[in-house]
Design a protein around this ligand. Structure first.
Ligand SMILES: [Zn+2]
Length: 431
């Protein structure tokens, strides 16, 4: 059945192309696509009118760094062993639906935290086929990593080596040696990954490693990047320090996540080569704008590292914010907010002195490029998917405005009924 054409009246429109609000513009949507946009578009007789004259209208938002396979960040460590792979797949489906309801029409899943598996690709396909509502998914189901690394969730059970060793063996993409990793890339491509994600250094949230450790050998990094490129896939890395970021740049990496301890020299190299960074500001807010009271609420090992690196995190944040690096918008919520609460990152950008347009551009056009979907999404232009969001709170002055979506359309379909959805918690009944 052909969808009815729609005219959307936008009180103010940010189109993702220019950094300005266009007043009282109109969008003509035909089926899944934008047919026209301008101060006044042609009005077909059959077109339904959607009045968003009291809204700021933007392209559908994109979150470029999500882990969708858990229900509640408070119980994420338990979920690793208390929920089935099937339940984890349902958690991914729920996250995609909640994200869509919040105006994030596309998300990038950068590897399962609690799951071993490929359920995200099934959810992605089900959403694409229209079997269920949800944000469009771009996914790397599995991240490549080594024993005891940030990607090795069995390190949480390291005091029980038998259990830990068993769990480690269940983890695809975890291994050692350049032959293993070259083949792991081939396998991930076979199973349908959209890109390759690696855990190049330790992290903040894992108990027994450190963000300054290099956790893949040079020859393993090179094997991963070369093999991925041979197969036409991009590679992004979880990484924090200048030394390893510079190494990855020399090896030809396409993008990086976090970069939170980087320096100016590294920024210049990235600017030079057009390498993107998804800086994921929000999880480090309490350390960067130091707030010992708020840090107290965090899980113990995360708290300890935030305290230890707070000055370095602040310095790194300043470098990132004053750079001309291609910055993407991503949240990485595993320890501070629920995975679908992507609007919190907007506040973090504002708190660091970034302009609203910096954040909006990152979350729309720049992220579309990072996801390799620049021809389909990220701007409001004829021929692109009709992915749109409407916001009643003022995005220019209200740092929490991106948490409060009033209207969402994906591929020409409106999803008003998802907007009021409550989150619940895990285990059920734990509210
Ligand atoms: Zn992450």
């Amino acid at each position: 059945m052909k969808q009815q054409r729609k005219i959307i009246l936008c009180g103010r429109l940010y189109d993702g192309v220019t950094r300005e609000w266009k007043h009282n513009w109109e969008i003509l949507v035909d089926g899944a696509l934008i047919a026209a946009v301008g101060p006044q578009v042609l009005r077909p007789e059959d077109a339904a009118e959607i009045d968003l004259s009291d809204c700021q209208v933007t392209p559908g938002m994109i979150d470029a760094h999500m882990h969708m396979d858990y229900i509640d960040w408070h119980t994420i460590r338990e979920e690793v062993y208390t929920t089935s792979e099937e339940a984890k797949t349902l958690a991914i489906a729920r996250c995609a639906r909640m994200a869509l309801g919040r105006g994030f029409t596309t998300v990038r899943h950068v590897g399962g935290i609690t799951s071993n598996g490929y359920g995200v690709l099934d959810v992605k396909e089900f959403i694409e086929r229209g079997y269920m509502p949800g944000a469009r998914i771009v996914a790397a189901p599995v991240f490549l990593c080594t024993a005891g690394s940030h990607g090795d969730l069995s390190q949480g059970f390291a005091r029980n080596p038998e259990l830990s060793a068993y769990m480690q063996k269940q983890r695809p993409g975890l291994g050692s040696g350049k032959a293993f990793f070259a083949n792991a890339v081939r396998e991930q491509v076979k199973y349908g990954t959209d890109f390759i994600k690696i855990m190049a250094t330790g992290g903040f949230f894992t108990p027994y490693d450190s963000p300054v450790q290099q956790q893949l050998k040079d020859e393993e990094l090179e094997a991963i990047i070369t093999t991925a490129h041979e197969l036409g896939k991009t590679v992004t890395a979880h990484v924090y320090t200048r030394e390893l970021m510079q190494k990855l740049i020399r090896f030809g990496i396409d993008g990086m996540e976090h970069g939170s301890l980087m320096d100016r020299e590294t920024a210049a190299m990235m600017e030079d080569k057009g390498i993107y960074l998804v800086p994921t500001f929000s999880p480090y807010e309490e350390a960067v704008h130091y707030d010992p009271e708020k840090i107290k609420d965090k899980q113990p090992e995360f708290r300890k590292k935030l305290e230890l690196y707070k000055d370095a995190l602040r310095a790194g944040r300043e470098v990132i914010c004053s750079s001309r690096i291609r910055l993407g918008y991503g949240t990485d919520f595993v320890a501070t907010h629920q995975n679908y609460e992507s609007g919190y990152e907007y506040e973090a950008w504002m708190n660091s002195g970034m302009s609203p347009f910096d954040a909006l551009e990152a979350a729309t056009r720049t992220n579309a490029g990072i996801l390799g979907l620049e021809d389909r999404i990220g701007t409001v232009e004829p021929g692109k998917y009709a992915d749109l969001a409407g916001w009643k709170r003022d995005l220019m002055t209200d740092r929490k405005a991106l948490l409060d979506c009033s209207f969402v359309m994906k591929e020409g379909i409106t999803y008003g009924n998802l907007l009021q959805e409550d989150s619940g918690s895990y285990p059920p009944g734990n509210n």
